[in-house]
Design a binder for this molecule. Structure first.
Ligand code: SF4
Length: 471
């Protein structure tokens, strides 16, 4: 891999011959005009057919705002392909703000199940209730008031609603916009640093098209999502390639190297220079421009914090009715913190030094929800299930326990925050993707498929298959 210090090697020109020498991290006025014209025209021609976009022609401004709001909240941290189906179901169930305001948190959690980051759904509900109660159903009308009044609405979402639904001239910065702008203006410092964030927001506000802010902002996000992608940017299809400094550097490098990547030469350097002595936006002095990375040298991030490793013992408690139908016992999580208000199988987080052991099912049931089952009741180890939350690498050590109706009567299995659900009810309940994986592991195991990492305790415990056939 050929690497070279960027700053040492730059000569003194911008991307186009004959241009004056603007600060490389800014756009000249004529560049802004060109940017708007090219991007908006491209967006109108190339935008994807996404369900939230059909609401933008609704003459009711509050309906437009609601439609954008729901889509933007769902799209935070979640891929478009996943969101589409959730969005359609959500808008069918709650087509207006007023409909959503009447929903219960349980219904919202059920609808959100599997989408992750569950506080987003709760905040949407709280926001809708606030708009109905405090603003007579009228959404706040500017980015500033949206930001001020709506829970869960940050600067980006407020700007997206205001520009797309209201036509307010305000810029937005999300991951896609960061990538496009950092490449176009060769911003190589850590993109999460305050100077870079400030610069990106001021650039976004300066370049947004005052005549068509909604289309411009959607165009920026669409460009980042479909052309200027993180791993395979397609610069040849890019509508703003003539204004892009990262592309200009790559092109000039190629030209001087006779298109041979990896050739080191003092004459092969890109000729773009930052005028500042110690620029807070350029690639740091001690970091290298990597020729093979090309435009993907931008943006840069500080190293991601390693996810915390946790292990949790889980007991899938099953009840078998006289008709042989299985029901599962779920308990509700606290209304605060990770996965707030969601339902899960009784679980106990393990201590760090518990690495090679796990709780017995009786311990899990007693510790997590105070349930006492007869000591004679047998269990089975299903295996380990892994799930990665944003900041936690979670391993569930899954066991199952089947009890009969008569055992339930005698041991009085129910708690205030617990309930039995059928398999069908489980599918539509407000449970996390992790718990769905846990049940899947049990079902796979019980249908005779391969078990995951059985432990020594398996030897002493009965197989789930024999449990299900017992009686
Ligand atoms: S030219 Fe390439 S790097 Fe520059 S904005 Fe377009 S796709 Fe991104």
């Amino acid at each position: 891999m050929v690497k070279r210090k960027l700053k040492d090697t730059f000569a003194d020109k911008g991307p186009g011959d004959g241009m004056s020498n603007p600060p490389i991290h800014d756009f000249k006025d004529e560049e802004k005009r060109e940017f708007r014209k090219c991007l908006v025209a491209w967006f109108k021609e190339n935008q994807r057919d996404l369900p939230w976009r059909k609401h933008l022609t609704n003459p009711d401004i509050d309906q437009r705002a609601y439609a954008v709001w729901v889509s933007e909240i769902m799209l935070q941290q979640t891929q478009v392909a996943t969101v589409i189906d959730y969005y359609k179901r959500w808008m069918k169930k709650w087509p207006t703000l007023q409909d959503l305001a009447k929903a219960s948190l349980e219904e919202v959690n059920e609808m959100w199940a599997g989408l992750g980051y569950y506080s987003r759904g709760r905040r949407l509900l709280e926001g809708a209730q606030k708009v109905v109660k405090e603003f007579s159903g009228k959404m706040p009308r500017t980015a500033e008031t949206l930001l001020k009044h709506l829970p869960g609405v940050g600067r980006y979402t407020a700007g997206a609603i205001a520009s797309i639904a209201y036509g307010q001239t305000t810029g937005i910065v999300d991951g896609n916009v960061i990538r496009v702008l950092c490449r176009m203006r060769v911003i190589g410092a850590n993109s999460t640093s305050q100077p870079v964030q400030n610069k990106l927001w001021s650039l976004a506000d300066e370049i947004v098209d005052p005549d068509q802010p909604g289309d411009f902002n959607q165009g920026m996000m669409e460009l980042g999502a479909t052309v200027c992608t993180p791993k395979s940017p397609n610069c040849d299809l890019c509508p703003v390639q003539n204004l892009c400094l990262a592309k200009s550097m790559v092109d000039k490098n190629k030209l001087r190297n006779g298109n041979k990547l990896g050739v080191i030469s003092r004459t092969s350097v890109p000729d773009i220079e930052c005028a500042a002595d110690q620029c807070e936006l350029c690639l740091p002095e001690n970091e290298a421009w990597d020729e093979k990375e090309g435009v993907q040298n931008y943006p840069r991030k500080s190293g991601k914090k390693a996810a915390r490793v946790e292990r949790t013992s889980v007991c899938v408690l099953c009840k078998k009715s006289e008709t042989e139908e299985l029901q599962y016992y779920l308990v509700q999580r606290s209304q605060k913190g990770l996965l707030a208000g969601l339902w899960e199988f009784p679980s106990v987080k393990m201590e760090e030094d518990d690495e090679n052991s796990h709780h017995t099912v009786h311990e899990i049931l007693q510790k997590s929800c105070g349930l006492l089952v007869p000591p004679s009741t047998q269990s089975m180890v299903v295996g380990e299930v892994e799930h990665i939350f944003s900041h936690i690498h979670q391993t569930y050590i899954v066991q199952s326990l089947v009890v009969s109706e008569s055992e339930i009567d005698s041991s009085n299995i129910h708690t205030e925050n617990g309930r039995w659900v059928t398999r069908e009810e489980f599918s539509s309940a407000a449970v996390s993707t992790a718990m769905k994986k846990v049940l899947k592991a049990l079902e796979t195991s019980s249908s005779g498929k391969k078990k995951k990492k059985p432990t020594d305790t398996d030897k002493n415990q009965k197989s789930i298959t024999s449990f299900f056939t017992k009686k």
